[in-house]
Design a protein around this ligand. Structure first.
Ligand SMILES: [Mn+2]
Length: 387
């Protein structure tokens, strides 16, 4: 059976101030063409279909268009919700579109109930594990202490238990939206680490033939059988070095996996350039970036006048400007955003305690902070769910 694995479409998301709907529509066209031309038997979409819980109308229309085109091809599709999706909203109508062969799995309680597809060699069971927010699904999954590893392990126990009841030789595919240890993050995934360690070891997925992961935006291979497709488009400059792709996976009769990368269309390349303004405007080595979306880091000791307009004369698609005077990169005049960059909520809170008191939090105080973040997050997600 031949699968096409993709994830993290983030329909409706903008890249800095540039709307990406046109590029997202082009990707959907590329997906449909790939399904047709490469004789794909099933499409798997591993979460973050939308960028937010209540997506803009144009994004909903694009998703609707994608569903119609996939249904017209007659190729079954299995999808799960990610941490950016509202599982409840996305799941509305799932029963109906299931009749058209689009299987949308958004309910943690149904982890152990697969979509079973068939080929000449027998059954393939697809288990869709939607993004599992520990605090919200721990009771459903019968887990005592909420944590990413604990809830995923419980969900996988259900998968293996169901698989054990199926005919000998049944092959299996799991869709999951999670941060798996060894994966490399970028700047465009929303942090899920509130509540402790977010990374789960790849070993929790043992016992299935292929694990189609979503969440991390770079295409990557953790093991032959455990892969991220990454997002089809770059959503931050930290992805300037990515080649966006999907995985075309052949699942042999004995469950052996062969995977091929299928590259996605690139709407416009990304470039990160760094130096003093006059050098950036003159350097002949930067000619190749003139048509790119550019992030420029200016190292001038004194901030030059009107830098954006001047850069735009040479790089008309400059989207981001960063000031990093080389005299004192981390000095007292570093910007607020600069000082927060790369630190999680927990770390910022702990550093704040250290800053005002002179001594950082002890183990007990750290736990209090963690619980407070958990409560806020669970409350937010619960409100999102009932809205
Ligand atoms: Mn994502």
């Amino acid at each position: 059976m031949r699968l096409l694995h993709t994830s993290d479409w983030h329909l409706g998301r903008a890249f800095h101030r540039v709307g990406m709907l046109g590029a997202q529509a082009e990707f959907i066209g590329h997906l449909v063409t790939t399904v047709r031309e490469r004789d794909v038997d099933a499409v798997v979409v591993s979460g973050d279909v939308y960028d937010r819980a209540v997506p803009p109308l144009a994004a909903v229309e694009l998703f609707d268009d994608a569903l119609h085109r996939l249904a017209d091809l007659g190729v079954p599709t299995v999808m799960i919700s990610g941490n950016h999706d509202s599982a409840r909203r996305l799941g509305v109508g799932a029963g109906l579109i299931g009749r058209a062969g689009i299987h949308l799995r958004t309910d943690a309680a149904a982890c152990g109930t697969p979509v079973v597809l068939r080929d000449a060699h027998g059954d393939v069971a697809f288990y869709g594990l939607p993004y599992l927010e520990p605090a919200l699904v721990k009771d459903v999954l019968g887990v005592e202490r909420a944590g990413h590893e604990a809830v995923l392990a419980a969900a996988m126990d259900r998968v293996r238990a169901d698989l054990a009841t199926r005919a000998e030789g049944t092959r299996s595919v799991v869709l999951a939206h999670a941060f798996v240890t060894g994966g490399e993050a970028s700047d465009s995934e929303r942090d899920i680490s509130v509540g402790g360690v977010s990374a789960v070891p790849a070993g929790v997925f043992d016992g299935v033939d292929y694990v189609a992961l979503g969440h991390l935006h770079g295409c990557q291979t953790l093991t032959e059988r455990v892969r991220y497709s990454g997002s089809p488009l770059a959503y931050s400059f930290s992805e300037a070095g990515h080649r966006k792709s999907m995985w075309l996976v052949d699942l042999a009769a004995d469950g052996a996996v062969t995977a091929e990368r299928v590259d996605c269309p690139v709407p416009r390349p990304l470039a990160r350039i760094r130096g003093e303004l006059e050098d950036l405007l003159a350097d002949p080595g930067l000619t190749r970036h003139e048509d790119a979306w550019v992030e420029a880091t200016l190292t001038d000791a004194v901030r030059p006048a009107d830098p954006m307009a001047r850069l735009a004369e040479r790089f008309p698609h400059t989207l981001s400007l960063v000031f990093a005077p080389e005299r004192a990169p981390d000095g007292p005049d570093a910007s607020y955003a600069g000082r927060l960059a790369g630190r999680g909520e927990q770390q910022i809170a702990e550093d704040f305690v250290a800053h005002v008191r002179g001594a950082g939090p002890d183990e007990h105080e750290r736990a209090v902070l963690r619980d407070a973040f958990d409560a806020v997050r669970a409350d937010e997600t619960a409100r999102e769910a009932v809205r």
